[in-house]
Write a protein that binds this ligand. Structure first.
Ligand SMILES: [Mn+2]
Length: 429
């Protein structure tokens, strides 16, 4: 196994922090035991929790105006994989990478799969890209892709998605995430109904090409790049499209793709109720953005989302198999550090949701005891679960303080010596 961070550095660091971790873990174990919670059972749950990282999140993204590369940034999928393996080596939370095509295109996908496996990585949902033109394409996506009036652009977009399925099969993936930027900037620019008809017709051709065990994850987004209307703008449109397409079509919830203050946790409950919850793109948002680090703005919302997921897991109604992925762009931080921090925050919310006393919660709900129902959530949210995550991570071969070891390893400085500089330029991802 090819591990970019030195095993000696990790061992030394963990040994130096073993005593304080044991002290904090034992203190939390005693606290949880008072409520009848076995800390080791919770820790074992964490050991089974993973979230995928996006290949495109390994590089520095752009703001709406420019990007500011850092030395040692990855320049291709091979270097991105290496960075993703650092995140997983330290956190033990991110063993899969979600690729984006054509950005991550190579000539030999079996070799790429082997390369990832040697770094301890597998593959998550494959993402298609029909929201920008590529050199050599016969048709432009300037006026849309799956919903475009131009039949040639639609066919090209369908063909690209089918190619993504084929690539994903070779990589060992089993989900295709479809997000289209199709929409309008002016009232009257397109007919709402006819553009949705075109989308459904094209999407059904992609759906027909899905292998039996694959899912098609439909990602909605309220706006951007279209600023007046978007074809798959919200969870309702996504749900209706998924329902129309068939059982293998599910809805993907990107936390940053809603109007400000929308009750996303309720959307999660709704989608699960009707068997259409396919997965998540985790990030955070303050205004209209969708790229801030998970939990950096509203960690309570993330906790409430995981609370609904814990309810859903306990009441699977047939299937509970949401795919967890990070979808962020890092403009002012080292992307590895942002994804280490984000993966940790996501896992924290998962653990806190696992600590909710559901018997008390449901009992309070039945009795209309509003304050006690709220307190059942609040008690869990207020617990500092860091020692559980740290113990699970160290036991799995990760490190106690991820950022400290990452900085100590000087990984980015080493890469700055080896890798070609990344060019300037705009870079929305
Ligand atoms: Mn997304």
């Amino acid at each position: 196994m090819n591990r970019p961070i030195s095993a000696e550095l990790i061992e030394e660091h963990n040994a130096a922090h073993a005593d304080i971790l044991a002290e904090d873990y034992d203190a939390l174990a005693r606290k949880l035991a008072r409520s009848g919670v076995d800390i080791d059972a919770i820790k074992d749950r964490v050991a089974g929790f993973t979230v995928a990282v996006p290949s495109w999140g390994a590089g520095r993204g752009g703001t709406r105006f420019a990007k500011f590369p850092i030395p040692g940034e990855p320049t291709n999928i091979h270097e991105k994989l290496e960075d993703c393996s650092v995140i997983n080596q330290l956190s033990r939370l991110t063993p899969r990478v979600s690729p984006h095509f054509p950005w991550d295109k190579v000539s030999d996908y079996q070799a790429l799969r082997d390369e990832a496996a040697a770094l301890g990585l597998g593959w998550d949902a494959v993402n298609s890209n029909t929201f920008q033109d590529q050199v050599g394409l016969a048709h432009s996506y300037a006026n849309g892709s799956l919903a475009a009036q131009d039949a040639g652009a639609r066919a090209q977009a369908v063909e690209h998605n089918i190619e993504c399925i084929e690539i994903g099969r070779q990589l060992g993936s089993s989900d295709l995430t479809v997000w289209v930027g199709d929409g309008t900037n002016f009232p009257g620019q397109q007919d709402f109904t006819r553009s949705l008809d075109r989308y459904l017709e094209a999407a059904s051709q992609i759906y027909a090409a899905l292998p039996d065990d694959w899912r098609m994850l439909l990602e909605h987004k309220m706006f951007e790049p279209a600023f007046y209307s978007t074809v798959i703008s919200d969870w309702g449109s996504s749900f209706l499209a998924a329902q129309e397409l068939g059982p293998k079509a599910k809805c993907l919830v990107d936390l940053g793709h809603h109007a400000p203050n929308v009750n996303i946790e309720q959307i999660v409950a709704r989608l699960h109720r009707f068997g259409k919850l396919g997965g998540f793109h985790f990030n955070d948002s303050k205004y209209g953005d969708d790229d801030l680090d998970s939990g950096s703005i509203n960690p309570h919302q993330l906790f409430l989302v995981f609370n609904e997921l814990a309810e859903a897991e306990a009441n699977p109604r047939g299937e509970f198999r949401p795919s967890y992925m990070i979808d962020q762009s890092h403009n002012v931080t080292d992307p590895i550090e942002s994804m280490l921090s984000s993966a940790e925050t996501i896992a924290q919310c998962f653990v806190k949701a696992s600590l909710v006393d559901r018997v008390s919660l449901h009992d309070a709900q039945e009795r209309n005891d509003t304050m006690m129902a709220f307190q059942a959530l609040r008690r869990a949210y207020n617990i500092d679960v860091a020692p559980i995550l740290a113990r699970a991570r160290v036991e799995a071969g990760g490190v106690y303080d991820m950022l400290a070891v990452y900085r100590q390893s000087r990984y980015r400085d080493r890469k700055a010596q080896e890798r070609k500089p990344v060019g300037l330029g705009a870079g929305i991802v």
